[in-house]
Design a protein around this ligand. Structure first.
Ligand code: C2E
Ligand code: MG
Ligand code: MG
Length: 302
């Protein structure tokens, strides 16, 4: 940080230097020169963090559920997605606040709330409608590695009397960057309980084929970015075909996310994809709307 542009007093100058250092650390081994836009995003982050502490206590978080459909057009499961509307800041997207919750250590608490609410709502719904379907929950890296994670999950499963085989844990490849030896035993324990493991956003991360071969997982979620271009870009179509054949060789279930059109769905069926999720079928639904969606079982999906 330079004087006097970035601070006319020592305190202000040090504060600017700190913000630049925070950015440099975030990017890894690098250096950063302070800019005012850094300060701006720092302040936004601070404000979200402050409001999130309130939300985490007052339970301002809501869950919505997006249907997952099989090749027979039957409901296979739902993915639970968290929503947060702050009275001061308005709607804040999960990919924005989850990173902040991880950074400031709030994620285990928020994650516990997400697991408990999802299992409570979905077990009641399954009993009420007399149906069973898979329940997928996203687990962030920090939540996954937290010492209480498995206990929290098991307690919630027991409390709501859910068959663990109906639960899918969605993780991302970022979990494997740091400490695979720490992650593997947890994955194995979950699998030992009968819980399914799904690798979310597949194709956007760092997985090597060798890693994929050794991971105890059940499902690959093909990232929306491939599905987006599948109709107009041969490379994306080839990528999807390759991901599906790799997945099949490893005995994994293939789920495509972000399907928005009939053409995309048909193309993915031709590629051999097993499961489908996206706005074409349904947006994520609040509990009441999900109940209607499932009740309307005669619904014909074109
Ligand atoms: P994700 O797990 O890959 O979830 C898929 C995202 O794509 C969701 O966004 C969903 O609403 C959106 N989506 C689904 N189908 C379509 C489609 O056809 N078109 C478009 N344009 N979008 C579609 P959302 O809910 O904003 O979540 C974003 C990310 O935030 C999630 O990506 C996940 O990584 C994270 N997230 C959401 N809820 C939770 C949660 O409860 N816990 C954790 N740890 N992460 C969560
Ligand atoms: Mg997901
Ligand atoms: Mg995804």
């Amino acid at each position: 940080a330079k004087a006097p542009e970035h601070g006319k007093t020592l305190t202000l100058l040090l504060r600017s230097a700190n913000i630049a250092m925070y950015n440099a650390k975030k990017e890894g081994n690098t250096f950063n020169v302070f800019t005012f836009s850094m300060a701006q995003s720092y302040l936004v982050r601070l404000e979200i963090e402050e409001r999130l502490r309130v939300a985490a206590n007052a339970v301002e978080l809501v869950l919505v559920y997006q249907p997952q459909i099989d090749t027979q057009n039957k409901l296979y499961g739902v993915e639970a997605l968290v929503r947060w509307e702050d009275e001061k800041l308005g709607f804040i997207a999960p990919d924005k606040f989850i990173g902040i919750a991880e950074y400031c250590g709030l994620m285990p608490k928020i994650g516990k709330y997400i697991i408990e609410t999802t299992l409570s709502e979905m077990s009641a719904l399954q009993t009420h409608l007399n149906v069973t379907f898979q329940i997928a929950i996203n687990i962030s890296a920090q939540q996954f590695c937290h010492i209480d994670f498995i206990t929290v999950l098991k307690q919630s499963i027991n409390r709501h009397n859910i068959d663990p085989m109906l639960i899918t844990i969605e993780i991302t490849e970022s979990l494997f960057i740091d400490d695979i030896d720490k992650v593997l035993p947890i994955l194995n324990e979950l699998r030992g309980e009968g819980i399914c493991i799904s690798l979310d956003d597949f194709g956007t991360g760092y997985s090597s084929l060798n890693l994929l071969r050794t991971l105890p997982i059940d499902e690959l979620k093909i990232d929306k970015s491939f599905v987006d271009d599948i109709m107009n870009d041969v490379q994306s179509l080839k990528m999807v075909q390759n991901i599906i054949s790799i997945g099949k060789n490893l005995n994994l279930t293939l789920l495509a996310e972000g399907i928005e059109t009939l053409e995309q769905k048909q193309s993915l069926i031709e590629c051999g994809c097993d499961l489908f999720q996206g706005y074409y079928y349904s947006k994520p639904l609040i509990l009441h709307d999900l109940e209607e969606y499932i009740s309307d079982i005669s619904r014909e999906i074109p």
